[in-house]
Structures are given as structure tokens and as C-alpha cells.
Design a protein around this ligand. Structure first.
Ligand SMILES: *Cc1c(COP(=O)(O)O)cnc(C)c1O
Length: 361
């Protein structure tokens, strides 16, 4: 007998999201380079705000996040009325799918794209549509060919994860311009801050009625554990998302810490330049060992091995030394290892260990 209590169609097809590993059995003092976290943690200003926030913890939080939205608006030169804040940018992705995509609708994303697009689309009852990339780079023409009357959302992370590659502003604009009229382009800017001078697509949002940008405090701000992200879009779309957002989705603590973090742009600038320096160093060191990677614009590199077997063996070798990187088979990159850019000593240790691994064969 089948159980008469059943979830809506599609929900049992969702594979649980697996975060980056944080421990290795039997190994103490691991270095976690598997979740694109900031090796320096959050700014001191954010930590101070966290401690201060304890005094307000008996109060319900602001439901409209006005103070945080205005801080984000001030720092980025954006209209605060068209910003929405969520429990990570994951929640913004989820709200977009819930509000705009349902049964018989299609949600488009790229081959090696972020797993949450598929999960949120499926949870909404919509059909996920995966589009091939060209040599690990988003292919605008392929995306446009995949769109049709049923396409409601197109997700593109730029820079992309786990490839680290990026397409130009002109290509993004061509994509937005070419979409069917009922479709929204969602530009996921989780790694935008790592690209010097890049606005994450904010100017394109301002010029168009079919583009939404998502951003996060989880990556350069070093606040992945706090869970705060935000979106910026046309007024009509932000209004729709707010109607289905839980009114108390963000605690006082989340709002206050994120506000302190966004106001500390000196910290962001230091992290960006340190990341760029060590990313360049690590990519070069690995290339000299015969492990190539595409030029990354984010805070990780996708190291490519000769085969899935070699990538797996290297992963196990690194783990035995307490170095945790990310297998990316679930992103259809079985011969790759995604390595978050750590501090200088972590980068040196990873390069040294991969050198030992390569030398053993
Ligand atoms: C890390 C990441 C996010 C951020 O998720 P949060 O929910 O904000 O922590 C979003 N998109 C991509 C592509 C990411 O890699």
C-alpha cells in the first residue's frame, strides 16, 4: 500500500544539498578549503555588532530591514526600496522560484551551475532545464536557445561557481535582451566583490525590467554562518517577493551584523586584494605541477586533474594531511577539485601537498 500522505510532485526528487566537509576522521587541526569561506573571518566591526546585539534579543526584529537596506543602498549607490534581504541569497533564489515558477514552467541554469537553482525550482514544482557550458564558461547562445514560452527564470552566477569563470557585461546584457518577455534573468553575484570594480550587474538591473541581482554576506564578508543575503531588482518584482517572505526572516543579530559588515568596506578591499594575490600564486604553483585551472575571478580555483580517479586520489591524499577541498562530481566536474583560496600558509600547504601527490606517481 502506498502511503496516502504524500508531498507534492517533485519534492521527493530533490537530492539533499551537501555542504563542504568540515572534518576528517582521525585528523586534528584541519584546514577547511571546501566552502569558499573567508580565511580571515568577518571584520572586527561585524564581530562587535554581534556582541552588542545580545541586548536586543528579547525584541522582535524589524520586518522591513530598513536600516540594513539603507546601509547596502548607501554603500553600493542603490535604491534601498528595491532591495530585499533574506536568509542567505539562497532565500532570495527560493523566493524567486516560489513566486514566479510553478508546474509546467521552466527554470534555466547552466551545466556546472549552483545546485540550489535546481533544488529551488523543483521545490516550486517547476521543471529544471540545464544548459551546456562552453569549456566551463556560461554560453549565452545556448541559454537563449533553451528558452521558450514556458521559461520563467534564468539563473546565471557571474563569476560562476565552481568554475570561477566570468562572462562580460556585454554578454550579460545580450542575454537579458534576448530572453522571452515573461522570463526574469537572475544574476547571482555571490562572488561579485572579488572582482575589482564590478557592480555585480546593478547598473543592468537599473536599466531593465527583467533583471534581478542576488548578493551575499557569506563569501567576502566572512559571514556564511550568519545567513544573510540580499537581492536588488525592479520595484514590481521586489514587491512580489516581499509578499511571500516571512516577516521575521532575519533576526536583529543578522540585520545588525550585516549592516556593520557592509559599512566596513576597507575590510572588503583588503580581503579582495589578498585573495587576488594568493589566487594568482596558487594557480601558478599548481600549473607548474601539471594541474591546470581556468582563470578564476572568485575566491577559489577549479583544479583540473587528468581523470576522475586522479582527482579522487588527490582529494584523499589531501584529506589525510588535514586539507579539505571540494569534490565537484555533483557539478558534473568529476576530474576537478575546487580549492578555496585560504591564507598564505594554507595555500602553500595545499600546493606542497599536491606536489607530493604528483611526485608519488
Ligand atoms: C555561496 C553561493 C551563494 C551564497 O549562498 P548564501 O545562501 O548567501 O550563503 C549563492 N550562489 C552561489 C553561486 C554561491 O556559490
Amino acid at each position: 500500500m502506498t502511503d496516502p500522505i504524500r508531498p507534492k510532485p517533485g519534492i521527493l526528487d530533490i537530492a539533499l544539498y551537501e555542504g563542504g566537509k568540515a572534518a576528517v576522521a582521525g585528523v586534528a587541526n584541519v584546514i577547511k578549503l571546501s566552502s569558499n569561506e573567508n580565511p580571515f573571518g568577518p571584520s572586527d566591526k561585524a564581530k562587535e555588532a554581534f556582541l552588542r546585539s545580545v541586548h536586543q534579543i528579547h525584541r522582535y526584529p524589524s520586518t522591513d530591514h530598513a536600516s540594513l537596506r539603507h546601509a547596502i543602498g548607501d554603500v553600493h549607490g542603490l535604491d534601498a526600496d528595491r532591495i530585499i534581504c533574506g536568509v542567505g541569497s539562497d532565500e532570495i533564489i527560493h523566493l524567486l522560484c516560489q513566486a514566479y515558477a510553478g508546474v509546467k514552467d521552466e527554470v534555466v541554469f547552466t551545466e556546472h551551475g549552483f545546485l540550489m537553482y535546481r533544488i529551488s525550482a523543483t521545490a516550486a514544482g517547476a521543471t529544471p532545464v540545464e544548459v551546456a557550458e562552453r569549456e566551463r564558461v556560461t554560453d549565452v547562445d545556448a541559454i537563449l536557445r533553451a528558452c521558450n514560452r514556458r521559461t520563467k527564470l534564468v539563473f546565471v552566477a557571474n563569476p560562476n561557481n565552481p568554475t570561477g569563470t566570468m562572462i562580460s557585461a556585454a554578454e550579460v546584457e545580450r542575454l537579458a535582451e534576448g530572453l522571452p518577455s515573461q522570463a526574469i534573468l537572475v544574476l547571482d553575484g555571490a562572488y561579485a566583490e572579488f572582482v575589482d570594480g564590478y557592480d555585480g550587474g546593478a547598473a543592468l538591473v537599473d536599466r531593465r525590467s527583467n533583471v534581478v541581482m542576488t548578493r551575499t554576506f557569506s563569501k567576502i564578508y566572512g559571514l556564511g554562518g550568519l545567513r544573510v543575503g540580499w537581492g536588488y531588482g525592479p520595484r514590481a518584482i521586489i514587491d512580489v517577493l516581499n509578499r511571500i517572505r516571512g516577516p521575521f526572516n532575519l533576526s536583529n543579530t543578522q540585520q545588525e551584523v550585516a549592516e556593520a559588515a557592509v559599512r566596513d568596506q576597507d575590510f572588503v578591499t583588503r580581503c579582495r586584494s589578498e585573495n587576488a594575490k594568493m589566487r594568482h600564486w596558487l594557480a601558478l604553483a599548481l600549473a607548474e605541477l601539471g594541474v591546470p585551472s581556468d582563470t578564476s575571478m572568485a575566491n577559489f580555483i577549479l583544479a583540473r586533474f587528468a581523470s576522475a580517479t586522479e582527482a579522487e586520489a588527490c582529494d584523499l591524499f589531501l584529506q589525510a594531511q588535514g586539507l579539505i577541498v571540494r569534490r565537484v562530481s555533483s557539478y558534473k566536474l568529476p576530474h576537478g577539485l575546487r580549492i578555496t583560496i585560504g591564507d598564505e600558509s594554507s595555500c602553500r600547504r595545499v600546493a606542497h601537498a599536491i606536489g607530493q601527490f604528483k611526485g608519488m606517481k
